[in-house]
Design a protein around this ligand. Structure first.
Ligand SMILES: [Zn+2]
Ligand SMILES: [Zn+2]
Ligand SMILES: [Zn+2]
Length: 180
């Protein structure tokens, strides 16, 4: 683990990036707590050890580290983005029922990527979004297939369906959603 951390910090220095407390803490947290934590979880982890680091600094730092390619994010299900260190090439299988993430090696998808390229000239980017489905545990437990509207966190997603009580034919707003 120290090696991994050292290698990442080396990349930063090689890019002329100063190793500040928040930068180091973010990289440390990602390496130590395993991949796939949300920005909010990461901010909490960093602030548990460095209360002086402001949340907004964590988010800004995440952006900077993303630009440098030291960390990366992937969207799970309905827009929930998690951060990871993209060292070992892997794709993400996300269970829409329980939220589990299964890492699958890149080469498993090589045939699909090649076939899509050959037939459509389309370069598939599988890194940015997880592939959705049902994990083994949920299948064995008989959890029905679906698109995972059961969310693990209480946060609203961009794909939130309209409220049950909301008028379907309310005042005509031509489909424009008013900001809250
Ligand atoms: Zn990952
Ligand atoms: Zn599951
Ligand atoms: Zn994204």
């Amino acid at each position: 683990m120290e090696d991994r951390l050292g290698a990442l910090l080396h990349v930063l220095r090689a890019n002329g990036v100063r190793i500040t407390v928040p930068r180091r803490a973010i990289v440390e947290s990602l390496v130590a707590n395993g991949p796939h934590v949300t920005a909010e979880e990461l901010a909490a982890l960093v602030r548990a050890r460095h209360p002086e680091v402001h949340e907004s600094t964590v988010y800004r730092t995440l952006d900077r580290l993303s630009t440098l390619g030291v960390v990366d994010h992937v969207h799970l299900g309905h827009g929930r983005a998690v951060y990871h260190v993209p060292g070992d090439a892997h794709q993400h299988l996300h269970c829409d029922a329980c939220g589990a993430v299964v890492e699958a090696p890149d080469e498993l998808f090589a045939g699909l990527v090649a076939a899509v390229d050959e037939r459509y000239g389309f370069e598939l980017d599988l890194d940015h979004f997880a592939l959705g489905g049902r994990c083994r545990t949920c299948r064995e437990a008989g959890v029905p297939a679906g698109t995972g509207h059961r969310r693990r966190s209480g946060r609203r997603s961009a794909h939130q369906p309209s409220e049950p009580g909301a008028p379907l034919n309310g005042p005509t707003t031509s489909g424009v959603t008013q900001p809250p």
